[in-house]
Design a protein around this ligand. Structure first.
Ligand SMILES: C[S@@+](CC[C@H](N)C(=O)[O-])C[C@H]1O[C@@H](n2cnc3c(N)ncnc32)[C@H](O)[C@@H]1O
Length: 462
């Protein structure tokens, strides 16, 4: 980050604006909105600015800029049409350690004005670090459409009730959970609908009830196959509300970055043979953290209910009556197949698709391979890299032709995605040569033929 976003309290503070043309007038409007004591130095000013200064008790000093104008200024804005004057103001202000903004000259600024969405007391600021004010304004318009004006009222309401809620629920974690449920639920809706009296009554009732109990909540969230843009809105919202995040090896860094800065992150990931935290301990940890009143996110790659042990993790929660929600994610088969341009079903090639575990050793059962005979069914093997030779051999053994197309997708949906294409007869040699690394997904069936024409993402095939 090049600039630190901060919000300045300028009520009653001396602010100097040099330049009273249309640009200066725009800046003055903003500075007067926060009740700064504004002095405008300029030989001429617009009629609008003259009127605004009169309305808000600002001062017009009808002169050219001189260095002494800076004395006592807490902030200075230069908006003259002359680059040399603006440069001088910037130099003088920097020498006196006064924050300075020169309109449209980021190189002369020590602070910049963001695009603002004003839902006071809620204020949202957007900046492109001076690169593209147009882009920042476009984004502002989008955010404006998403945040109705009534959010200001909601922020006002929350501010008014903050003290009473703190008195009633002194611990940080449970209080945050209480507020999130209130603001994001019925109470928030009532305030937005203008029924503040009713909302306050409900809030006070819920406060009294919550004062004694501190049960947390667990969200079992599917983080999708890797590309952070494939997370659902709900997954992102709940992730951003979490006090603690327990995450797996397959959860990518940008996804983890969406959690709150102060959230605790606990890695409980497993590699194929290296179980970092035993499953039972993960299950128990979820219970323990929730009983401490925390909002816990259990973040898993793909979908939590597809080869994700999600069911096991929430069984113990259910037995302990801990509230939980499950948020589906895009499973690797869907994500990787789409990004590889391989439709899993297709009217001409496959009428069904089957997700199969390729983990064929030790703690997993072997398959009844005769069930995989159908040439009109696509097979997707998860965790199949190590077992690939067995998979190719057994499928041929059960009657699938040696020419059956096979795709192996490495790091599906990520920028490193690679797609290796062969057949049941050739795939093992291709993998030995190309040495793909986990996670990989294996797709078997005639739909793989479509990859050649429909591939759209990432590198071309090797
Ligand atoms: C334990 S399973 C978890 C599956 C996950 N719950 C899901 O729905 O995708 C892990 C396997 O998913 C597959 N996988 C997950 N992410 C992948 C990706 N980005 N590209 C390819 N395969 C992936 C691999 O086969 C990996 O061995």
């Amino acid at each position: 980050m090049e600039y630190l976003p901060v919000f300045l309290q300028l009520k009653g503070a001396n602010v100097l604006l040099v330049g009273g043309g249309s640009v200066g007038t725009r800046k003055a409007r903003l500075l007067l909105r926060v009740d700064a004591l504004l002095t405008v130095v300029s030989p001429d000013i617009t009629e609008e600015l003259r009127q605004a200064l009169a309305d808000h008790g600002g001062v017009w000093q009808q002169s050219h800029y001189s260095e002494t104008d800076l004395h006592h200024a807490r902030l200075v804005v230069a908006a003259t049409p002359e680059r040399a004057v603006n440069e001088q103001i910037s130099k003088d202000a920097k020498a006196l350690a006064i924050p300075v903004n020169v309109v449209d000259s980021p190189d002369l600024c020590t602070f910049i004005f963001p695009s603002i969405i004003d839902r006071s007391p809620l204020v949202i600021a957007v900046s492109s670090s001076g690169r593209s004010p147009v882009l920042a304004r476009l984004l502002r318009r989008k955010i404006e459409a998403m945040v109705p004006a009534a959010y200001g009222r909601l922020a006002e309401f929350a501010g008014r009730m903050r003290g009473p809620v703190k008195d009633c629920i002194p611990e940080d974690g449970p209080r945050r959970l209480f507020w999130e449920q209130a603001v994001d639920g019925r109470i928030g809706e009532m305030v937005l609908a203008g029924r503040e009296g009713e909302a306050e009554k409900q809030l006070r009732e819920q406060m009294a009830a919550a004062g004694g109990q501190h049960a947390g909540e667990v969200y079992l969230i599917g983080g999708g196959p890797g590309d952070p843009a494939l997370m659902t809105f709900k997954a992102v919202r709940l992730l951003q509300s979490a006090d603690v995040v327990l995450y797996d090896r397959l959860v990518s860094e940008p996804i983890l970055e969406m959690s709150r800065r102060d959230a605790e992150r606990i890695y409980v990931g497993k590699a194929r043979s290296d179980h970092t935290v035993p499953q039972q301990e993960i299950n128990q940890l979820l219970v323990d953290l929730a009983l401490q009143g925390k909002r816990v996110v259990r973040l898993k790659g793909g979908d939590p209910f597809i080869f994700g042990r999600g069911g096991e993790e929430i069984e113990l929660l259910a037995r302990n009556r801990i509230p939980f929600q499950v948020v589906p994610g895009i499973t690797a088969a869907n994500g990787a197949a789409c990004y590889a341009g391989i439709p899993l079903t297709h009217r001409d090639y496959a009428q069904s698709v089957r997700f199969v575990t390729g983990h064929l050793k030790a703690d997993s059962t072997d398959h009844d391979w005769s069930q995989f005979q159908s040439t009109t069914e696509t097979l997707v093997f998860y965790m199949g890299l190590v077992g690939l030779p067995v998979i190719c051999e057994k499928l041929q053994g059960c009657g699938r032709s040696a020419d059956t197309p096979v795709a192996l997708i490495e790091h599906g949906t990520l920028v490193e995605q690679r797609v290796l294409v062969g057949t049941l007869a050739t795939m093992v040699a291709i993998v030995e040569r190309e040495k793909p690394r986990a996670p990989t997904l294996i797709i078997v069936g005639d739909v793989v033929r479509l990859h050649k024409d429909l591939a759209w993402f990432g590198e071309a095939d090797p």
